[in-house]
Write a protein that binds this ligand. Structure first.
Ligand code: SF4
Ligand code: MG
Length: 280
């Protein structure tokens, strides 16, 4: 597609692989929003890299025309960091779910915020492990009794991803809803344009294991006012509920971008890893 003159349409970014997501899954809205963003921003597919871990949402790179890497559970962020620093001319987007991104990937979340490499992380959060058939995840409500593993609820307070991002030093923090693909698409475009690490928590219902989330459409409400003041941002998080959406916080911070070394021969890079005999 890259050599053609005509403008690319959202559908041009979708691959021939048919999504295996359950009909009505919130992840479809994210796929549509991303396709729209890429078309609107006129991003050539060969300039896009989508990096994921494991889970229902992490299948997304296979459904798009772009470079993609389906990694291992919880490791989308270090993979995306490596791609972004070694290929700074690519638009890099890491794609995760709440189980994958906030549990085993939780450590990477903290350090991606403080490292501030220039890429975008979208997390499709349905507060459940969907792919493994519906266990409580880090963002599941403490009193959710929908899993046989936690029939009386987990009794664990849900993780607060936006508060964590703010505390860890992230410079772009937003929450959006998969049921509003146009608004989500515009927010993803802003995140891509942000110079540094940008985080969007996307409320993306799992209609199979959390059917009550189908009611979110009537419950989400735009409410955050973007600020550069962390105190104000915290106040908005404490005042708003878990279904309040919008851009919460945006500020420019120093980025970590080591000099790319891709021109060096592989042997020179190998030398760095010689145990006891490194030449650098
Ligand atoms: Fe989507 Fe849930 Fe089905 Fe996974 S199990 S595809 S998250 S609806
Ligand atoms: Mg999930």
């Amino acid at each position: 597609m890259s050599g053609e003159d005509r403008a690319l349409r959202p559908r041009d970014y979708k691959s021939e692989v048919h999504p295996v997501w359950c009909p009505g899954c919130g992840d479809f809205g994210v796929l549509n929003a991303l396709s729209k963003t890429f078309a609107t921003e006129e991003l050539p597919p060969e300039r896009i890299a989508l990096i994921s871990g494991i889970g229902c949402s992490s299948r997304l790179p296979a459904y798009m025309h772009a470079y993609g890497f389906h990694g291992v559970h919880g490791r989308a962020l270090p993979l995306a960091t490596g791609v972004a620093v070694s290929r700074p001319n690519l638009t890099v987007i890491a794609v995760s779910g709440d189980g994958d991104g906030f549990s085993i990937g939780g450590n990477h979340f903290l350090h991606a915020c403080r490292r501030n490499v220039d890429f975008t992380w979208i997390v499709m959060d349905n507060a459940v492990y969907g792919m493994t058939k519906g266990q409580a995840s880090p963002t599941t409500e403490a009193d959710w009794t929908g899993s046989k593993l936690t029939p009386e609820g987990s009794h664990l307070a849900p993780l607060q991803p936006l508060e964590i991002a703010l505390a860890a030093g992230c410079g772009f923090i937003a929450r959006e809803f998969s049921g509003n693909p146009n608004g989500l698409s515009r927010r993803i475009a802003e995140a891509i344009a942000h110079p540094g690490f940008a985080f969007i928590q996307i409320i993306a219902p799992c209609i199979t294991y959390r059917p009550e989330q189908m009611g979110y459409k009537k419950q989400v409400k735009a409410g955050f006012e973007p600020t550069e003041d962390r105190r104000e941002a915290y106040a908005q998080l404490l005042d708003g509920g878990p279904l309040t959406t919008g851009l919460l916080y945006r500020t420019r911070l120093p980025q970590w971008q080591p000099e790319a070394r891709r021109e060096e021969p592989a042997e020179a890079l190998d030398a760095d890893f010689v145990v006891g005999g490194g030449t650098r």
